[in-house]
Design a protein around this ligand. Structure first.
Ligand SMILES: NC(=O)c1ccc[n+]([C@@H]2O[C@H](COP(=O)([O-])OP(=O)(O)OC[C@H]3O[C@@H](n4cnc5c(N)ncnc54)[C@H](OP(=O)(O)O)[C@@H]3O)[C@@H](O)[C@H]2O)c1
Length: 299
């Protein structure tokens, strides 16, 4: 395994912020229920502090990760926040009484969602907030415009620095751009699931940060397939890295506007993931890893 190294991989703009391309996604800290209410996991504060100590300046979170648990952990671990630490959250979902993630995406709910994030994180402003759609396949219409307008209003009121989108199609992105600047788009994207490639390239052409979620694969079959992909495993062995590191390095190599937010509860995996930013893919590795997408990539 390639060992930890000073934070490599360069930086990219996140609106008015400039962040390292190697960041951290905090969702895994919500415990075994992942999104659901759960107890706090051992070592969460250590992982968060170790990430920032290593140079991470971009943390992704959501109020609904553990129903505020993850935001409170971030606050406990890192508040007062160091200057330059970009905390990005997302709104438009909540947990219902039955434990299902449901929409909370009326404009007034989006505003409350932003305010809830600010309260649990203990801050008065976030670097960006993503409007997270339930379904990327939904056609954007007037309702979407009103949702975007709610985030624009929050930005105008000084609650957020940038408007982001998550789980969106290229049509959503273009429609949102008719109304506002967009600083980041967070979609599912990884070596074996590149269905958002058109969104990535649209972002790249406009200088918008593209933040792939589940960069190591959706939980379940897709994640197992990615880690066991024989070509990925062979390239990793040749480069003296782990398959996870090469999967992350492949993303960084693909486009300069990609910002990584791999999630982990483990200090060892954190170090491994940050070290991935120092891996340079050679041409044979690039050629081998091209076309690893699995058709109909489903969870
Ligand atoms: N916008 C959205 O709808 C959305 C959806 C999902 C996630 N997200 C965001 O994206 C972030 C990343 O996604 P994710 O956490 O779901 O998936 P991920 O980063 O692709 O993978 C996380 C999983 O991989 C394991 N892992 C991490 N590093 C590893 C390594 N070096 N070697 C082997 N296994 C490793 C973790 O387990 P260990 O804890 O054991 O390391 C965890 O089970 C989240 O934290 C969240 O902030 C956003």
């Amino acid at each position: 395994m390639i060992a930890n190294a000073p934070l490599a991989g360069g930086a990219f703009a996140l609106g008015s912020w400039h962040v390292h391309r190697a960041g951290y996604g905090a969702m895994q800290l919500s415990g075994d229920g992942l999104y659901g209410p759960s107890g706090e996991i051992d070592g969460a504060l250590d992982v968060l502090r170790a990430a920032v100590a290593a140079g991470v300046d971009h943390i992704d979170t959501a109020e609904f990760y553990g129903t505020g648990t993850v935001n409170r952990l971030i606050r406990e671990a890192l508040h007062p926040y160091p200057p330059g630490l970009a905390i990005v959250s997302k709104v438009a979902a909540r947990w219902d009484a039955g434990g299902s993630l449901v929409r909370a995406d009326d404009p007034d709910e989006l505003r409350r969602g932003i305010e809830d994030n600010l309260a649990t994180l203990g801050t008065d402003r976030l670097a960006a907030v993503n409007l997270r759609m339930m379904e990327p396949s939904e056609n954007p219409g007037p309702r979407f415009d009103a949702q975007v307008a709610a985030l624009v209003q929050a930005r105008d009121d000084g609650l957020i620095d940038g408007v982001g989108l998550s789980n969106v199609s290229r049509h959503h992105l273009l429609r949102a751009l008719d109304h506002t600047e967009v600083v980041c788009v967070q979609n599912l994207f990884n070596l074996v699931d590149q269905r958002s490639y058109d969104v990535l390239t649209e972002c790249q052409s406009r200088g918008i940060a593209f933040v792939p979620y589940c960069p190591l694969g959706l939980p379940g079959t897709q994640r197992r397939r990615l880690h066991a992909d024989p070509v990925l495993v062979a390239v990793a062995a040749r480069l003296g890295a782990t398959p996870a590191q090469v999967a992350l390095a492949w993303l960084l190599d693909l486009a300069p506007n990609i910002l990584l937010i791999p999630g982990t509860r483990s200090r060892a995996h954190l170090a491994e993931n940050l070290a991935a930013a120092a891996i340079v893919l050679d041409e044979p590795a690039r050629a081998d890893l091209a076309g690893r997408e699995q058709s109909g990539a489903v969870p």
